[in-house]
Design a protein around this ligand. Structure first.
Ligand code: NAD
Ligand code: UDP
Length: 310
């Protein structure tokens, strides 16, 4: 049986990835310190004999006994309010944590997959974003702690690939949503759904003209799984190219929840990207992957999940 290690395994994406790996026949070891994760995301695996969990901070040496075939490096605060509250931890997990996870992969002669991000493109001047674009990041702005940690993580991943010949993969994840997001993690999907379900004002930042493109979690995990099984080592965008403004997104949430909420406009956070849409040509050509869940279907399932949690 193959063994996968998932750092950040108690998080939103890490827990869904764990479920997929178990379904594919892997034994999975989750590693997490719960800094932004939730033990409840793994409650359903308590009796799963192929799942083990290690509570630890991955910026400290990671010791996993026995064989390991794949290391998935997902540990990192991911929501803007999380990484603004945890700037040093975010820089440390992206740099020291990624270094440790790469060291584990090298020691075990294992594959390695880095969860990188569309934030590597910063406030992009190229639209839609292709993997060839180097980005437009403010290194000293408040978001720099996340963006630069992830850019460092990509650089050290490529260095381990080129110098140590580790079989590495890099996924650049675009805004992904679904069940198990924290209601109060500050990201736009749980924020708007929570406000709409409580009939409270919907907090649109700026004038709402900035755009995003939202991918349902099952599509994202499918793309990541396919990438992990292949032999392509350069970054691959995984996301849904359906782009809409944040104001349109707020109106969509109001309609789908049947809410009485009205929009309120609040200051735009510093360096908030004005536009974001993945070019997924590479994912299609290299992995035969494209998303299959449309926004309406994904949001309906996500709203259902949040209904019992507001
Ligand atoms: P999340 O906050 O739900 O999960 C991150 C997990 O990492 C949490 O369980 C947290 O406790 C854990 N963690 C953080 N620092 C740690 C440390 N030092 N040691 C051990 N565990 C630690 O966020 P998510 O949305 O599931 O994001 C997972 C990964 O995907 C992150 O690396 C994030 O940067 C990346 N990503 C996510 C998105 C998205 O839209 N969800 C977009 C781009 C990139
Ligand atoms: N946003 C918003 N209201 C909120 C939370 C976010 O208008 O309560 C906006 C935010 O300014 C950004 C977009 O929604 O333009 C997506 O924000 P999120 O925090 O989900 O992720 P980002 O794509 O910025 O990393």
């Amino acid at each position: 049986m193959k063994t996968a290690v998932v750092t950040g395994g108690a998080g939103f994406l890490g827990s869904h990835l764990t479920d997929r790996l178990l379904a594919e026949g892997y034994r999975v070891v989750g590693v997490d310190n719960f800094i932004t994760g939730n033990p409840a995301n793994l409650d359903h695996l308590k009796k799963e004999p192929r799942f083990d969990f290690v509570e630890q901070d991955v910026t400290k040496f990671i010791d996993i006994p026995g064989d390991v075939n794949l290391v998935f490096n997902f540990a990192s605060p991911a929501s803007p309010i999380d990484y603004l509250e945890l700037p040093i931890q975010t820089l440390k997990v992206g740099s020291l944590g990624t270094h440790n996870a790469l060291g584990l992969a090298k020691a075990k002669n294992s594959g390695f997959l880095l969860a990188s991000t569309s934030e590597c493109y910063g406030d992009p001047l190229v639209h839609p974003q292709t993997e060839e674009y180097w980005g437009n990041v403010n290194p000293i702005g408040p978001r720099g702690v996340y963006d630069e940690a992830k850019r460092f993580a990509e650089a050290i991943t490529m260095a381990y690939h080129r110098y140590h010949k580790v079989d590495t993969k890099i996924v650049r994840i675009f805004n992904t949503y679904g069940p198990r997001m924290r209601l109060k993690d500050g990201r736009v999907v749980p924020a708007f759904i929570g406000e709409a379900l409580k009939n409270e004002p919907i907090s649109v930042f700026g004038d709402g003209s900035q755009t995003r493109s939202f991918c349902y979690v099952s599509d994202l995990i499918d793309g990541i799984y396919k990438l992990s099984q292949g032999d392509f080592h350069e970054p691959v965008n995984i996301g849904n190219p359906t782009e809409l403004t944040i104001k349109e997104f707020a109106e969509r949430i109001i309609r789908l929840t049947g809410s009485k909420s009205k929009l309120t406009f609040q200051p735009l956070p510093t360096d908030d990207p004005k536009q974001r849409r993945p070019d997924i040509t590479r994912a299609w050509q290299r992995l035969g992957w494209k998303p299959v869940v449309d926004l309406e279907t994904g949001l309906t399932q996500t709203i259902e999940w949040f209904k019992s949690r507001v």
